[in-house]
Write a protein that binds this ligand. Structure first.
Ligand code: A3P
Length: 295
């Protein structure tokens, strides 16, 4: 596996002002001409915001609640990430070539890097947002286990980089705000991780309504149960344990790590929290969204 050296702890590259893992940076330029279809549905989020969870929910909806169909392949093959490229694995684009309509796709891209055809085709977007403090903690642990990222350094350094938008996929603030603004002109269902935790059934019903689909109460309950953190953590088709250890080392920190709201309280020092809150208030001034820091 000579490609291991090529991905191991490489610095991020800058694409139109957005820091990205080298391979993803190369893909982003080449996918700008990607043709979205009007019946595609795009799941978008900043990394570590609950995208895997929402994707599994969406898959269960599309498969009419069939566990068997959802077990046919790992999640990153069932619902490709548009910009994904890892040596040794199929790219998102390669998987999409063989995916029949209606397609489900995922992205972590900042809105500015999204191929134009998604906007032209008015592709429905399910956006999932997650409070910035828990995302920073989750991302720090993900950097440690997913070796394609640069070394995370100390938690204090990482938090500074996160606040400054100098982490993979760029600024959390820009992401949640720009995708949020898109909902004024485009069909976007804006979901919150915290609300999904609080009342998954209600949020799944919101998704069904947005998609114009319906399922029986029994099937919705089945989806809630199958997509719980406990179930997804032990499901190899959803927990990324099928990815080579050279790319994701779950012994360092599992992908399905804690799955709770408010984990940041165990990690942020009082000083870090004060600094973060002051910076957050500046960046999010006038924002219509109210993020919950705890349930
Ligand atoms: P933690 O690291 O805080 O545990 P993404 O899929 O966007 O990368 O987000 C990953 C985060 O979502 C991780 O958070 C992961 O544990 C959490 N997660 C994944 N599936 C979940 C589920 N079914 N319920 C709650 N959290 C889940």
């Amino acid at each position: 596996m000579e490609w291991v050296q090529d991905i191991y702890r490489q610095p991020l590259v800058n694409v139109k002002g957005v820091p990205l893992i080298k391979y993803i940076g190369e893909m982003v330029e080449s996918i700008q001409s990607f043709q979205a279809w009007p019946d595609d549905v795009l799941i978008s989020n900043f990394p570590k915001s609950g995208s895997t969870w929402v994707t599994e929910i969406m898959e269960m909806i599309y498969q009419g609640g069939s566990l068997e169909k959802c077990h046919r392949a790992p999640i990153y093959e069932r619902v490709p990430i548009l910009e994904l490229k890892w040596p040794g694995l199929s790219t998102g684009i390669q998987i999409l070539k063989d995916t029949p309509a209606p397609r489900l796709l995922r992205t972590h891209l900042q809105l500015t890097l999204l191929p134009q055809s998604f906007l032209d085709q008015k592709v429905k977007v399910i956006y999932v947002a997650h409070n910035a403090k828990d995302v920073a903690v989750s991302f720090y642990n993900f950097y440690k286990m997913a070796k394609g990222h640069p070394e995370p350094g100390t938690w204090d350094n990482f938090l500074e980089k996160f606040m400054d938008g100098q982490v993979s996929f760029g600024s959390w603030y820009q992401h949640v705000l720009e995708w949020g603004e898109l909902s004024c002109t485009h069909p976007v269902l804006y979901l919150f991780y915290e609300e999904l935790k609080k009342n998954p059934k209600r949020e799944i019903k919101k998704i069904l309504e947005f998609l114009g689909r319906s399922l029986s109460e029994e099937t919705v309950d089945h989806i809630v149960q199958h997509t719980s953190f406990k179930e997804m953590k032990k499901n190899p088709m959803a927990n990324y344990t099928t990815i080579p250890t050279e790319i994701m080392d779950h012994s360092v920190s599992p992908f399905m790590r804690k799955g709770i709201v408010g984990d940041w309280k165990f990690v942020f020092t009082v000083a870090q929290n004060e600094r973060f809150d002051a910076h957050y208030a500046e960046k999010m001034a006038g924002c219509k969204f109210n993020f919950r820091w705890q349930l």
